[in-house]
Design a protein around this ligand. Structure first.
Ligand code: ZN
Length: 74
């Protein structure tokens, strides 16, 4: 499982590598480029799923078929 995701700001295009928490979904993220507060898109559970290069750890686990990894979405 990978915990480093690159978040790309939809407003200014700023990229930042962030480490994702494994035990919680991150709902808000303040862009380090323009300061915009990012929120997940409809249907996404966290900012990494919406704007990151990788989905968040619970989603990755679900995709890999691992049991017991419940996302805040479910
Ligand atoms: Zn930005």
């Amino acid at each position: 499982m990978q915990l480093e995701s690159t978040i790309i700001c939809p407003d200014c295009g700023h990229r930042a590598m962030e480490t994702m928490p494994t035990d919680a979904c991150q709902f808000f993220y303040d862009c380090k480029g323009c300061g915009t507060r990012l929120k997940p898109k409809t249907g996404d559970c966290c900012v990494f799923c919406s704007y990151g290069s990788l989905s968040c750890p619970p989603i990755q686990a679900q995709r890999d078929g691992e049991a017991g990894a419940a996302c805040c979405k479910s």
